[in-house]
Structures are given as C-alpha cells and as structure tokens.
Design a protein around this ligand. Sequence first.
Ligand code: NAD
Length: 486
Amino acid sequence: MPSNTPHRLFINGDWLASKAGRYSEVHSPSSGALLGRVTEATAADVDLAIDAAEQAFEQWRLTTALARANLLLKLNQLIERDRSTLAHTISSEMGKPLKEAQAELDYCIDLIRFAAENARRIEGDIIPGSRSGEQILIQRLPHGVVAGIAAWNFPAALLGRKLGPALAAGNTVVLKPHELTPLSGLAIAALVKEAGFPPGVVNIVTGGIEVGQRLVANPKVKLVTMTGSTAAGKKIMAAAADTLKEVRLELGGKAPFIVMEDADLDDAADAAVRSRFGNAGQICTSNERTLVHAAVYDQFVEKLLARIKRLKVGDPLAADTDMGPKVSAAELDKVDRMVQKARQQGARVLLGGERLQGEAYDQGHFYAPTVLDGVTTDMEIAHQEVFGPVLSLIKVADFEEALRLANDSVYGLSAYIFTNNLQYLMRLGTDLDFGEIYVNREGGEAAQGFHHGYGDSGLGGEDGKYGLDAYSRHKTVYLNAGRTRI
Ligand code: NAD
C-alpha cells in the first residue's frame, strides 16, 4: 500500500510542501492500483525552484570540473545501489517490463558517466589575435539555470540524459518529470540529496503542463531542454521566444525499417520485433514503418509473425514478461483508433488489432501485438506516430522506392536498414534523410553517439560530445598584455 502522504517538491536540497496543497494521483497502467500522490507545483513553487537554482549557480559555476564529475559519479553509485527498487518504480508507474526498466537504469548510469568523464574536456580555443601580442580566447561557460522537461517513456534515463551534461558543464537544473511518471524522478531526487550535491544545484518539481509552461516563461531560465511530443515542442519553442532563451527539443519519430532483398532475414526479423514491441512500441526510435523488398516479403513476414506470437504480454513486474501495457487509457484509445482507421482504409490485420481482454488485462491498458499488412502511403498510420505495439508492413519494389517512401515523412529522427549491399550503404549519407541510422541492428543509442532528429523530430540533439556542447555557451575574450600595436 502506498503512503497517503503526498510526495513533496525537491527544492533547494529540501522536500517542500506547496502552499496551494494541490495533488495528483499516480496509478499503475497495468493494474490501476494507486501508487502514490504527488504535489502539483504552482507557478510560485516553480519560481522558488528556479530562484534556488539561480542562487546555487553562483558557487556551482566556480567549482572544478573534477569536483562536479565526482558528484555525478557518486550519484551513479547510488543509482546502482538502488537499481532494483528504482527498476520496480519505473516498471510500476510506466508499465515497461522489469528487464527493460533495469536496462533503462543501466543506460541512465552510462549517460551520467559519459557526462562525468567529459566534464574536464569542455575545452575552448586560443586563436592568435589581429594585433601584435594579442590572443583571442574562446571560452566555454555554463548558461546558468537549465530547465529539463521529460516525457514518460524513459522516466529515469531522460532525466539522467539532461541532468548529467547540464551539471558537468557547470549549470544548475530544475527538472520536471512527466505527470504520468513522477515517482522515478522523485526517487532520483532523494539520491541527489544523499550524494551531497549543494542545495539548489538540482531541483525537481512535479505537475502537469502548467509547470512546464512556467519553466519556459521564467526569464531566469537560460536553456530549456525538452523531450516529448512535436505538438508540445512547437508550443515550447514559440513560448521561449518571449525571453529569447535557447531550446533543445527531442520530439517524435516515424522511423522506417528497411529490409532489402539481400538482408539476413532472421537478424532483420529479430530487430524489427525488438524495435517495434520494446517498451510496447513507446520509443521515439521505434520501427514505425516496415518497408520490405518484394522478393523476400513473404519469407520475412512468416519469420516476423512467428516471433511476435511468442511475445508474452502481461504484468510488467513478472520476470518473464516481454511487453506490458500502454502507459494510459488515452494512449491506448489513440492506438486502437489508428488501427481501426487503417483497417477502414484497407489495411489487413495479420495479428492482434484489438485491446487485450481477460482477467490479466481488464484493469490495465493492454493492446495486442498487432501486425498490419497492405499499408499504403495514403493511410494515416503510414504518417502519424503510433507510439504503440503496431507493426505496419509496406512492400517495396526496389531500393529507390524504399528510399522514396522512407523519406516521405515530416519526421527525421531514426531509420533502419538491413542490407550488406555496398551500393545501398554508400547512399545512406546522401539519400536517407534521418539524423540517426541503424544498419543491420535494432535501435538503442549509445551515450557517446549523437541522438538528433530532423524536421518535426526536433532541434539540437543529445548525447556524446555534440550533445554536451549544447550545455555551454561561448565567450570570446580579446586578450592583450598592454603592449598592443595596431
Ligand atoms: P508530451 O509532449 O505530452 O509531454 C512531454 C513533457 O512536456 C511533459 O513533461 C509535459 O508536461 C510537458 N509539456 C507539455 N506541453 C507543454 C507546454 N506547452 N509547455 C511546457 N511543457 C509542456 O509528450 P509525451 O507524451 O510525454 O511523450 C511522447 C512523445 O515523446 C512521443 O512523440 C515520443 O516520440 C517523444 N519522445 C522523443 C524522444 C527523443 O529523444 N526524440 C524520446 C522520448 C520520447
């Protein structure tokens, strides 16, 4: 039984109650059980957190990179220590299977580790000046207060992905977990406190869209980094214009998954399934459109269906579960509506195509692993992000058609291709218009890579040295020693 006492806000190193006393409940998407109550922060609470972060920045920016890195590594040790309880929290509130929640924590740890390792490598330049004896220093300095706004599908890793590089670069942060999955963020806040970060360096506020809106509106916030839907990202970018703050947006996707005639079909089928049904299809890099060469189509579909039929759907906390529920009733309704519409538009259901029913499913938001055949580009499902366990099959005649259909999207985050044909591979750089391409493998970013999307998929990018770059700004100093001559 969860405690009836609502979780407080983590502000200035302390747990603060909101004067307004507004709370919301967090429920399991699998069983409907009440998991806890969290504070709905008001604008005044958010401002308090931002003030604390701004004040903490004065000292934090003067700390050495090594000191900041050591605190991040300490936080990692605590996440590692509490890995099984944290995984339980993620699974319970988000619905992903325990083994995926554990993998998410490993990924979160790795993102923070990369940031810590590279804190000492945030380097500038020294350029010879145009005057005798003058040097031009290009320094890399923190922005100040960074606001991190997260989606629900990776409640811990998305916070780590923002917190790690922001702190390594000398910023302070105010983080907002998604309203559906705030408990993982609050658990991380407790570890931040235990790790000994100075008060105000990390603040975590809970609540809905209004909390995010206040973070974006407050002029003391210098950079907003948000992961979420394209619609919300566009609103954030428009709102940030009022105070001309920098924005980094990691948004939706519609990844094509191309299987060419020479592909290893077993590997391709394994990866297609993992990249579609992992996290119940709720990953921005998910295989949203499976484009298969006509010569291997039937063989590939047979392999695919055999694998999908073996997936065990159910309680995310059970050790052998492969796929849990959708995160919410609204998300479940959206997926079913899209499938029924595709059906009306002429797609054939090879598997699933409906909500799961029965004792194990009735209290949760479960959808059957679904395969649609005969999907054509005029259908909504070929263009809008499904973000659910629905694999859409599209037959293509050749590589040219695969490229043309793959690029026919407003999104440009991830793409997949299975082939060993050098002629095809050489064209990925110029002809496949996505920020991140996986060749002969399933999805899953590396901490040292660069996760970034084109078009409606976002702006900026995260991870690796390019992601870290975003968390500092440049300062140019023309330095001369008083003996300058023009
Ligand atoms: P969402 O846009 O509903 O919410 C994301 C966050 O933004 C939440 O914390 C929410 O409270 C906040 N928010 C919403 N509107 C806001 C506004 N106007 N001002 C300020 N804050 C606001 O998205 P979601 O449903 O949580 O996430 C699903 C989406 O996220 C999918 O489209 C998925 O592809 C995308 N996603 C992208 C990546 C990536 O790295 N590109 C990673 C994970 C998820």
